[in-house]
Write a protein that binds this ligand. Structure first.
Ligand SMILES: Cc1cc2nc3c(=O)[nH]c(=O)nc-3n(C[C@H](O)[C@H](O)[C@H](O)COP(=O)(O)OP(=O)(O)OC[C@H]3O[C@@H](n4cnc5c(N)ncnc54)[C@H](O)[C@@H]3O)c2cc1C
Length: 433
């Protein structure tokens, strides 16, 4: 991980990027969506010589990719649909500000997703999805590294590992997930209270033990990464157009204003809105948005040396260049409902229990739309009826982590190259009734 930042010595200055000659323009590739997944696809397509245009309804606007927790979380391969989760959900739902909420008015619209989620929550599917996600994320650091080498943005990433913190050692020790992770070669070390406090002195007595991994890194500001990558792509000849894509067919997309963009190849990377486009091509997908919340505290009064997940309370704290970001929560309320920032405030109150000296004042609240599938696997592959159209969406909690690998795979697929892993589990057709 040479070339990355180091939290203890402060952020590095941007190094000179490696100048790599841009290959001669080939055919026109359109990418719908300028989030981190679309930008990563644009990066690898441009690198392969395509004439790339990114269409976004608001290229400089907010999106999930800007305000997230910043992690490249290679060990987070476990799907959300865990065996036994069905028995935990009622307890979560009883707490209106708990880790999971479903707006009642939205319940009936959630059923296509929820029914498949419940079906996936069994041991066999859980292990299979974890293995597929593990194979996808196995090259996450290398693929981010390719982007960093050429864009010079590696200084924004700190590879300082991660802690899962627990109140109860019994809960930690009972989880089967550590074995699944270890089988995939992800090293995890168990810490007692003394070693935990040595690593993170700001944690109060509520944190009794932890698990540490080094296979984890965090962007000090995911927004700076997105903005920097857009600037790099512009320099490399990628065009950005403000266009809200309303309709599409096999060789052109049309914006809400009537603008028409013909293409040779199309990538749909429109985050939580992607299914509205795929369905027009005959590919239905039960994509949902898991709305997530956080608050960035510019003057937190405490410092953490690395990102921490508070495992039993389902929230995370990430030290960023803009402050300490505290967030999490899953809310099913669709794409249109206004945010309920009481959720961000509730997470701050929880955080203050673990970090007794935390100053919760003066924070910036944020909500983002995670694009989520019932089995937690993204959709990566060709449209079923159009070989020149590819899908790259549905990365859920791990869109930043999986973005670079997705971009590399999309470029490989377009060029007819070997993907290097079995993409069958990621095909859109897996949701066909
Ligand atoms: C609270 C929170 C914390 C998170 N933490 C992490 C983390 O630590 N690590 C991690 O890996 N992931 C994390 N995630 C998940 C990650 O942020 C997302 O998976 C990822 O940003 C999704 O990227 P995307 O490019 O698919 O979508 P987006 O960033 O949502 O981008 C989609 C783009 O498509 C555009 N668009 C949509 N429809 C159209 C249309 N019809 N025409 C034109 N443009 C359109 C939108 O304007 C948007 O710009 C977190 C998410 C949340 C909410």
């Amino acid at each position: 991980m040479d070339g990355y930042g180091d939290r203890r010595n402060g952020p590095r200055q941007p190094p000179e990027p490696l100048i790599r000659p841009v290959p001669k323009m080939r055919s026109r590739a359109l990418v719908v969506g300028g989030g981190i997944v679309g930008l990563s696809c644009a990066f690898f397509l441009r690198r392969a010589g395509y004439d790339v245009t990114v269409l976004d309804r608001d290229p400089d606007g907010d999106r999930a990719s800007l305000g997230n927790a910043g992690a490249i979380a290679q060990p987070e391969v476990m799907p959300i649909a865990a065996p036994g989760i069905v028995w935990k959900v009622p307890r979560y739902l009883l707490d209106p500000l708990g880790p999971l909420s479903i707006r009642m008015s939205y319940m009936w619209r959630l059923w296509p997703y929820l029914s498949r989620f419940l079906r996936a929550a069994n041991k066999r599917q859980y292990a299979a999805s974890a293995a597929s996600m593990g194979s996808l994320l196995a090259t996450a650091f290398d693929d981010h590294g390719t982007i960093h080498q050429e864009s010079g943005l590696g200084y924004l990433l700190n590879k300082d590992g991660h802690l899962w913190v627990y109140r109860s050692p019994a809960v930690r020790d009972a989880s089967p997930d550590w074995q699944i992770r270890e089988r995939q070669g992800l090293a995890c070390t168990f810490l007692d209270r003394d070693s935990l406090v040595a690593a993170e002195p700001a944690l109060g007595p509520m944190a009794t033990c932890a698990v540490r991994t080094d296979d984890w890194a965090t962007y000090v500001d995911p927004k700076a990464y997105v903005v920097g990558l857009m600037a790099h792509l512009r320099e490399r000849g990628v065009a950005f157009k403000a266009c809200h894509v309303a309709s599409l067919d096999g060789d052109a997309v049309t914006g809400t204003g009537g603008q028409r963009y013909p293409f040779d190849h199309l990538v749909i990377a429109a985050g939580a809105w992607s299914h509205r486009l795929s369905v027009q091509l005959g590919d239905w997908c039960p994509l949902e948005t898991e709305r997530g919340y956080n608050t960035t505290l510019p003057n937190p009064g405490v410092s953490l040396n690395r990102m921490v997940t508070f495992a039993e309370d389902h929230f995370v704290a990430t030290p960023m260049s803009t402050g300490l970001r505290i967030g999490g929560a899953v809310e099913f309320a669709g794409l249109e409902a206004p945010p309920n920032f009481a959720r961000s405030k509730a997470l701050l109150q929880l955080a203050a229990q673990y970090l007794p000296d935390l100053n919760v004042g003066g924070g910036n609240e944020w909500m983002g739309h995670r694009p989520s599938t019932p089995d937690s696997l993204p959709v990566i592959g060709r449209a079923s009826r159009h070989s020149n159209i590819l899908y790259a969406f549905g990365h859920g909690h791990l869109g930043l982590t999986g973005s670079a690998t997705t971009g590399r795979l999309i470029a490989a697929l377009l060029q007819g190259e070997e993907a290097g892993l079995d993409l069958t589990p990621f095909r859109i057709g897996r949701f066909s009734p």
